[in-house]
Write a protein that binds this ligand. Structure first.
Ligand code: ZN
Length: 109
């Protein structure tokens, strides 16, 4: 069970790293972007960048949880809440293997 969780977490970690690398790639050269530019296009590019930043932030938050869950595996506290120490329900861990908080404490975060 514990080794399954580790596999899940390391898989998720490399998936996150890949997704973040894609988001961190610089957009096409400025020449390409301005070529054939129409009114309104600049706005949609700005919005795209903003949502990319939001996605990137979200990935980073998940990454912190994945790293923490891996440490918890080493500490043998995996599956217990970081705040109150109570066991995290199995269903929650199945849905979110990198959960480090129980539902109650996660809601407070
Ligand atoms: Zn808790």
């Amino acid at each position: 069970m514990a080794s399954d969780a580790r596999t899940l977490l390391t898989d998720k970690k490399s998936e996150l790293e890949e997704q973040m690398a894609v988001l961190e790639e610089p957009p096409g050269s400025p020449g390409e972007i301005s070529f054939g530019k129409r009114i309104g296009e600049g706005t949609s590019i700005a919005v795209d960048r903003l949502s990319q930043v939001a996605v990137h932030d979200q990935l980073q938050v998940t990454m912190v949880d994945v790293d923490r869950a891996l440490v918890k595996l080493d500490e043998d506290t995996y599956g217990t809440c970081d705040v109150c120490g109570k066991p995290i329900p199995e269903g929650r861990l199945e849905a979110l293997p990198w959960a480090t908080l129980c539902v109650e404490d996660a809601a407070k975060r």
